[in-house]
Design a protein around this ligand. Structure first.
Ligand code: CAA
Length: 496
C-alpha cells in the first residue's frame, strides 16, 4: 500500500481581543480617511475587502505565546506524548528576537508546562513573509517521507501579528493568530500529494518590513499584482508536475482537466476579497477555451486587449457561473478570515480551518475531497500543492471555532475593545530611545517591556517580562521571559 504523509490534526489559537471594524472604528476612521460617512466605509470593508473584525493581541501576547498556545491545544486535543515530537518548526514574519528561534521559546514553554525534556527536538524558524510556514510544512513532510525521523511526529506552527500604520489602507487588513499542525504518516486530516509542489519566487519589493519597523511597508495595488502573477507561475508548475505524474500531455487541456478535479480551493487570505481575485485567476485558466465555459469566456473578453487579464477576471467575478462555483469551492474557507483578519503565515491554514468548521456546521462530508492549496508570501514566493481529506476529518477537526469566536455575550470567548484600547496596544513600543542618557552620554535605549493587558490572562502562556540585567552574574538585557498562568492567575516557577 502507498504510504501517505500530511496533516494529521490542527489547532487554531486566536487572541480573545478584537476590534469590530463595522462599529466605532468606522465612525472614528471615516472622517480621518476622508471617506464621506461611516456607512460608506462599512460598505467598503464588508463588500470591497470582505472583513468585519480583526483579532488583536493583548499586552501579554506575542507571536511566541500564540504559537505555544496553538501547540498546547494541539497536544492536549490529540493526546500525543510530547516526547514523540521529532521536529517543532515555526513559520513567522513577526518574530520576537533577531537571533533566537521562536520554536526554541515554544519548546521551553512546553517543557515547563508538561514537565518533560524535549532536548531531542529540532526547532527551526522559517521566515519568508506569509509563506514561511508552508516552507516549514514542506520540509517537515519531506523529513518524514525520507524516513529521517526517529519519532513519529513533527509540529509546524504558523504564527503572526500583522501590523500596518494606523489610518493607512493596510490598517483594516490586520489580524493575529496561530495555527499548529501535527504532521505524520497516515494523516487523518489531509494526505498531501507527493512530488507535485509548484514553486515560484521573484525578488520583489511589493511588501517588506525593515528591521527597525514594527509595521509593514506595502505598495497595496502592486502587492495584489505580484501575488496573482506568482500564484499563476506556481500553479502552472504544480499542474505540470501533477500532469507528468499522471502521464498527461502538457498543455491547456491537462490544465483544465486537473483543475476541474478539485472540490476546494484554498488561498492565502490577506483579506477575503483577495481570495476572490485569486479564484478568478485560477477559474479563468480552467474555463478559457473549455467546452463547458469557453463560449461564455469569449463573450466576457469582448472588446478587451488580449493581455488585459485582470479586467477579464473582474468581469468574470460578476458572473453567475463564477459566483456559484466560488460559493461551493472557496467561500467556506473565508468565514474565519473575515472574523479574524490577516494572520500572515497562518492565513492559508486558517482558510483550511474555516473550510472544515463550515462543513461541520452545514453537515457537509469532506471525506475524499480534493483540495488545492495556494500559499503566498510577499517579497515574493508562491507554492501550490494538493491533498485529499481523510475519512476521520470530522473527529479530528472536532472543535467549532466559529462558535468560540463569538463575543462573550453570545456564548463565545471574544472581548470587543474600544478604538482607544486598540490604539494603545498598537502604538506600544517595548523599547524606546531616550534623547539623553542619565550620564549625559547621548541617546540611550530604554526597555519599557510589554504593555498592560486589557484582559487579565488566565490558563495561558504569557510574556511575563523583559530581562534588564547586564552584570557579570547575569546578562539578560532584552531577553523574553514566558510562563504559563493557571486559572487562578498563578504562574509557574521562572526558569532562566
Ligand atoms: N462598497 C463596496 N465596495 C467598495 C466600496 C463600497 N463603498 N468602496 C470601495 N470598494 C471596493 C473597491 O471597488 C475595491 O474592489 P475591486 O478591487 O473589486 O474594485 C475594494 O473595495 C478595495 O478598495 P480600494 O481599491 O479603494 O483599495 P484600498 O485603498 O482600500 O486598499 C488594499 C486595499 C490594497 C488591499 C489595502 O488594504 C492594503 O494595502 N492591504 C495590505 C496589503 C495586502 O494585503 N496586499 C495583498 C497582496 S500581498 C499579500 O497577500 C501578502 C500579505 O499577506 C500582506
Amino acid at each position: 500500500m502507498r504510504r501517505t504523509f500530511g496533516i494529521d490534526a490542527y489547532s487554531l489559537y486566536v487572541p480573545r481581543l478584537y476590534v469590530d471594524l463595522t462599529q466605532e472604528w468606522c465612525a472614528v476612521r471615516a472622517p480621518q480617511l476622508g471617506i464621506g460617512s461611516p456607512d460608506l466605509l462599512r460598505g467598503k470593508l464588508v463588500a470591497g475587502i470582505g472583513i468585519r473584525k480583526m483579532a488583536v493581541a493583548d499586552g501579554h501576547e506575542d507571536a511566541a505565546t500564540m504559537a505555544a498556545m496553538a501547540a498546547k491545544q494541539l497536544i492536549d486535543a490529540t493526546g500525543i506524548d510530547p516526547s514523540d515530537i521529532e521536529l517543532l518548526s515555526v513559520g513567522t514574519e513577526t518574530t520576537v528576537d533577531q537571533s533566537k528561534s521562536i520554536a526554541a521559546y515554544v519548546l521551553g514553554m512546553l517543557e515547563r508546562h508538561y514537565g518533560k525534556s524535549l532536548r531531542h527536538v529540532g526547532t527551526p524558524q522559517v521566515q519568508f513573509a506569509c509563506i514561511g510556514a508552508t516552507y516549514a510544512l514542506e520540509s517537515a513532510v519531506n523529513h518524514l517521507r525520507a524516513g529521517e525521523n526517529t519519532r513519529p511526529y513533527a509540529i509546524v506552527i504558523a504564527t503572526d501579528i500583522s501590523k500596518y500604520r494606523l489610518r493607512s489602507p493596510g490598517e483594516y487588513t490586520q489580524g493575529a493568530g496561530a495555527v499548529a499542525m501535527l504532521v505524520s504518516e497516515s494523516p487523518r486530516l489531509l494526505a498531501l500529494d507527493p512530488g507535485v509542489v509548484g514553486t515560484a519566487t521573484r525578488d520583489a519589493r511589493d511588501f517588506f518590513r525593515p528591521n527597525w519597523s514594527r509595521t509593514a511597508t506595502v505598495d497595496g495595488k502592486h502587492s495584489i499584482d505580484v501575488y496573482l502573477s506568482c500564484l499563476e507561475d506556481a500553479l502552472r508548475e504544480h499542474l505540470d508536475r501533477a500532469g507528468a505524474r499522471r502521464g498527461l500531455e502538457p498543455g491547456i487541456a491537462s490544465v483544465r482537466q486537473l483543475l476541474a478535479e478539485f472540490d476546494s480551493f484554498l488561498f492565502h487570505v490577506p483579506f477575503p476579497r483577495m481570495a476572490e481575485y485569486a479564484a478568478a485567476r485560477v477559474f479563468r485558466l480552467m474555463w478559457e477555451g473549455s467546452e463547458s465555459h469557453g463560449e461564455r469566456m469569449r463573450e466576457l473578453a469582448a472588446g478587451l486587449a488580449p493581455d488585459d487579464t485582470r479586467e477579464l477576471e473582474k468581469r468574470l467575478m460578476k458572473t453567475d457561473f463564477f459566483r456559484a462555483h466560488f460559493e461551493r469551492t472557496v467561500a467556506p474557507s473565508l468565514e474565519l478570515p473575515g472574523e479574524i483578519g490577516n494572520v500572515y503565515s497562518a492565513s492559508l491554514y486558517l482558510a483550511f480551518a474555516s473550510m472544515t468548521d463550515a462543513a461541520r456546521r452545514d453537515g457537509v462530508d469532506l471525506t475524499g475531497r480534493r483540495v488545492l492549496l495556494c500559499s503566498y508570501g510577499s517579497g515574493a514566493s508562491a507554492k501550490v500543492f494538493s491533498g485529499t481529506v481523510g475519512p476521520e476529518w470530522k473527529r479530528v477537526a472536532a472543535r467549532h471555532y466559529g462558535t468560540e469566536l463569538r463575543p462573550v455575550s453570545e456564548g463565545g470567548r471574544r472581548i470587543a475593545i474600544s478604538v482607544a484600547e486598540y490604539e494603545r496596544l498598537h502604538e506600544h513600543e517595548e523599547v524606546v530611545a531616550s534623547a539623553e542618557a542619565a550620564n549625559g552620554a547621548g541617546e540611550e535605549i530604554v526597555l519599557v517591556g510589554p504593555p498592560p493587558s486589557v484582559h487579565p490572562p488566565r490558563d495561558e502562556f504569557v510574556l511575563q517580562r523583559l530581562g534588564r540585567l547586564s552584570t557579570p552574574e547575569l546578562t539578560d538585557h532584552g531577553y523574553r521571559y514566558y510562563q504559563y498562568l493557571s486559572n487562578d492567575g498563578a504562574g509557574e516557577q521562572e526558569v532562566a
